[in-house]
Design a protein around this ligand. Structure first.
Ligand SMILES: *Cc1c(COP(=O)(O)O)cnc(C)c1O
Length: 375
């Protein structure tokens, strides 16, 4: 028998979430009298842990897919995706450009090295690019001072037939908090003013809260880039995924494989972090940090056992964790456990108890956990 752990992936939930984001965007753009942007569904990091192939199937209604690993881009093509594929970090070395032309990939160009690589190549067909502006996050992109000349160099490559469409792009650092996209959007608008071509901005948080291109007349061809919300988790601290109408696409499931009766005063697990305050019944779950469950989860982190809410007791170990069954006397070995997802706690809730965000938990699911397709 394999261990009883699995990550159940719901393509129906992925499709539902894309539709939910699209509807929300439609409403907010209509309210502002703008045009509906196109959607790059972000499937980087193995589709946030869900698997490239199920994501490609479920997101057949997206306008494009975005990722940054060339292996994942090839997998998306091989899974049958015909539309645009955006490489969010562009190419890393000159030989990547062979894959770019072979698999018709769209590139982000964020630095001089990448422009230099494009200077020397011959291409069977022009490559579409987005030239990235560093509008304040200080991660990738040309500075506002450098941008016009980088864009001009890209346009020169376009007139030589090396590049096809040349667009403008930036990424927001604070779309999910009270500051929002405003300050960076001001920089972006100022720098790209008058430059032709499509525009791409907006992760999930900005797509949901303030899609800033809605009223912008120059944004004929706008693309947003939601990721996390497509997987049924929230980018916000003050708004849950359920509150956004999203459905969890990954359900991490396991079972109780042992039960202990622990007298009052005895400790549970490594380092004796949790001490039983009364005689307790403790269930051992076949799920540990080697499966991707966060070791930093605190005592009390929610877990659902056979539909009943329970809590983590003691430190998570490599392959197991302990949960409280004191008030659930009917449940024992074999009882189903949901660590997060449908019928269990929200992944964001587990993340909050572990000092991290849902993103990290979803993409940290270990390769040893089998992924099962639910629908
Ligand atoms: C990851 C990423 C996104 C998607 O971000 P979410 O917060 O998951 O929606 C969008 N754009 C870029 C450049 C990214 O790296």
């Amino acid at each position: 028998m394999p261990r009883p752990i699995s990550a159940v992936i719901s393509r129906a939930a992925l499709t539902h979430n894309l539709l939910t984001v699209r509807r929300h965007l439609q409403q907010s753009t209509a309210l502002q009298g703008g045009r509906m942007p196109a959607i790059w569904a972000v499937i980087k990091a193995n589709a946030y842990g869900h698997g490239i192939e199920p994501a490609v199937q479920a997101f057949s209604g997206a306008d494009g897919l975005a990722m940054l690993d060339f292996v994942e881009a090839v997998r998306a093509r091989e899974a049958g995706w015909q539309g645009p594929l955006l490489m969010l970090e562009g190419c890393f070395e000159p030989r990547d450009l062979d894959l770019v032309t072979q698999y018709r990939l769209t590139l982000v160009v964020h630095g001089d090295m990448q422009l230099e690589m494009l200077q020397t190549i011959r291409v069977p067909r022009p490559i579409d690019v987005f030239v990235k502006l560093n509008s304040g996050m200080n991660r990738l992109g040309f500075s506002p001072e450098e941008y016009a000349s980088a864009f001009e160099r890209a346009r020169a490559l376009q007139s030589r037939g090396v590049l096809g469409s040349v667009g403008k792009m930036t990424h927001f650092a604070r779309a999910d908090d009270a500051v929002g996209t405003g300050p960076q959007m001001d920089v972006f608008r100022r720098v790209i003013a008058g430059l032709p071509g499509p525009v791409s901005v907006c992760n999930s948080a900005a797509t949901w809260r303030d899609p800033p291109l809605a009223t912008q007349s120059e944004a004929q061809d706008a693309w947003v880039r939601p990721g996390i919300c497509l997987y049924g988790a929230s980018p916000f601290e003050d708004l849950t995924a359920a509150g956004m109408g999203l459905m969890p696409a990954m359900t991490l499931r396991s079972r109780i494989i042992g039960v202990q009766s622990v007298p009052a005063g005895q400790a549970i697990g490594y380092g004796a972090r949790f001490v039983a305050e009364r005689p307790m019944r403790v269930g051992v779950v076949a799920c540990g940090y080697a499966d991707g469950y966060p070791r930093h989860a605190v005592d009390g982190t929610p877990v659902v056992v056979d539909g009943y809410r329970s809590r983590l007791l003691g430190r998570v170990s490599m392959d197991m964790m302990m949960v409280d069954l004191s008030d659930l006397p009917a449940l024992g070995v074999g009882a189903p456990v949901v660590l997060w997802g449908q019928g269990g706690p929200d992944v964001d809730e587990v993340a909050r108890h572990s000092g991290t965000i849902g993103y990290e938990l979803l993409c940290a699911i270990a390769p040893r956990v089998p992924r099962l397709l639910a629908d």
